[in-house]
Design a protein around this ligand. Structure first.
Ligand code: SAH
Length: 474
């Protein structure tokens, strides 16, 4: 086994680098080198159009013709990027003879330097290499890191770079400096940068720099978990779950999403569904405050989107009133997910120009609804509610003028493995739901577009039609 590679980051700014080759690969390498500030000479008989344009504009120097060793004069680093193995080998040999570092694209053996996979956030770079032996593995790791590292890390690295000397002056001893960094990274500065509040971040940094040891302030991130399919969680949501100390989650949040959370995070179910396990909204507020005050990073994980029939607004009002820092990460709400996963476009040039998200969870609540507006045609209603209220909903909509043959799609467990869709017309809605024993959670899409589920469905089983015979048999 050969010795492992020694990792380095090269300061190429203003230094001459040779790229041999004039095709797409050479262009990609040239771009990366230009980004690092290198003076790039590209040697090839012919340049592809973009490289030729760069040469025209003086961004690069073109060395025309076939490779000759003299091209390596004054060169710090060479890249062989032709599709001709013999030329690449000649470049490698000539570079080796002159002790110029050389990278031969896709040829680890012939290269004296390898170019790693990398994840970049501003000045912060993570380089990954398997020594050329397992490029698929490094690619996989790179993708994982891409999802995990927030964009704002670049700004954090910039801030720390800018303030390096002041930090050093304030905490000359290494141990104290290390403790300062731990505090800083666990404190409000990274979150403020995430929130694109640069000035507030700078102020928080100053306070942290001036202050001695302090206890960590807790915070709450309201995260929308989406409808169930864990692939519908956002990257931000995933990152918040990775960092959480405590997760307060709704009953509606799927096990698959919860599995993505940090393993040692404390998980507390605060399902508000009726039944034995009942947590009042007040109790949820108390739990958030309690854990945040104890310095914990709390994730309040809610089904769908926190601000769509999720009481997310009330929860952050409480946090604000008590001076607890918070962030909100949106989630895919049930209406969007159920529509997509049942093949029902919520708007459609021919069928619907607007969408309403409606809830009618309690009996009294629907007295406040504007039924005339809801009954208008050529619009789509996405109704969040229990199936128990469907009869009332149908009667009112028809009484206010919606055609009895308006199509509906009722989607149970949208986006999950168990998803079922029942389709039919408004007139038969409650009977259809009952005949197919539709349970919770289910979302109703009512409107002309709902008929498209029958042809456009793609996830899980085909939509179930209501057949009165089925009801009679049941
Ligand atoms: N904040 C959530 C909604 C909470 S209200 C969101 O944005 O999606 C709860 C209602 O949402 C349920 O009664 C049901 O109508 C709907 N719902 C949530 N998840 C669902 C799913 N996976 N499939 C179908 N309906 C769902």
């Amino acid at each position: 086994m050969s010795a492992p590679l020694f990792p380095l980051f090269a300061a190429l700014c203003g230094r001459a680098v040779l790229v041999v080759g004039g095709g797409a690969v050479a262009q990609r390498k040239t771009q990366a080198l230009l980004d690092a500030g290198a003076r790039v000479r590209v040697g090839a008989p012919l340049l592809q159009p973009e490289l030729a344009a760069w040469a025209e504009r003086g961004l690069i120097e073109h060395l025309p013709g076939r490779f000759e060793p003299a091209w390596l004069d004054e060169i710090w680093l060479a890249v062989a990027a032709t599709d001709d193995d013999a030329v690449n080998a000649a470049v490698a040999a000539a570079a080796e003879a002159r002790r110029v570092w050389v990278n031969v694209v896709d040829d680890a053996e012939a290269s004296s330097v390898h170019v790693p996979s990398r994840v970049q956030r501003g000045p912060l770079q993570v380089a990954i290499s398997s020594g050329g032996g397992a490029p698929m593995l490094t690619r996989h790791l790179r993708e994982q890191l891409e999802t995990q590292l927030d964009d704002s890390l670049g700004e954090l690295a910039e801030l720390l770079g800018r303030e390096r000397l002041r930090i050093r002056a304030r905490y000359p001893a290494l141990g104290a400096r290390r403790r300062f960094f731990d505090r800083l990274l666990a404190g409000p500065v990274p979150a403020l940068l995430r929130q694109r509040r640069g000035r507030a971040a700078q102020r928080a940094f100053e306070a942290e720099l001036a202050g001695g040891e302090r206890t960590r302030a807790g915070s709450v991130v309201l995260v929308g978990a989406g409808p169930g399919d864990p692939g519908l969680l956002t990257l931000r949501g995933l990152r918040a779950l990775n960092e959480a100390d405590v997760i307060l989650h709704d009953r509606l949040v799927s096990a698959e999403v919860l599995r993505l959370a940090r393993r040692d995070a404390e998980r507390i179910e605060v399902g508000k569904q009726s039944g034995a396990h009942h947590t009042t909204q007040e109790r949820i507020h108390e739990l958030m405050l309690e854990h945040a005050r104890a310095g914990k990073r709390v994730v309040r994980l809610k089904g769908g989107d926190p601000f769509v029939f999720g009481r997310g607004g009330e929860e952050i009002e409480v946090l604000r009133a008590h001076g607890i820092a918070y962030e909100v990460v949106p989630g895919i709400t049930a209406a969007l997910a159920c529509a997509a996963y049942s093949g029902v476009p919520l708007t459609h040039r021919d069928h619907a120009q607007s969408v309403r998200l409606v809830t009618a969870h309690t009996k009294d609540a629907d007295d406040d609804l504007d039924w005339v507006a809801l009954a208008q045609e050529k619009q789509t209603l996405a109704v969040y509610m229990g199936v128990a209220g469907l009869q009332r909903l149908r009667d009112r909509l028809i009484a206010h003028g919606r055609a009895p043959d308006t199509p509906f799609a009722l989607i149970e467990n949208g986006s999950r493995a168990e998803q079922r869709t029942v389709v039919g017309t408004l007139a038969e809605l409650p009977d259809a739901a009952q005949a197919h024993a539709v349970g919770s959670p289910a979302l109703l899409i009512l409107g002309e577009v709902a008929a498209l589920a029958e042809t456009l469905h793609w996830h899980g089983a085909a939509p179930l039609r209501y057949a009165p015979a089925l009801a009679a048999a049941a």
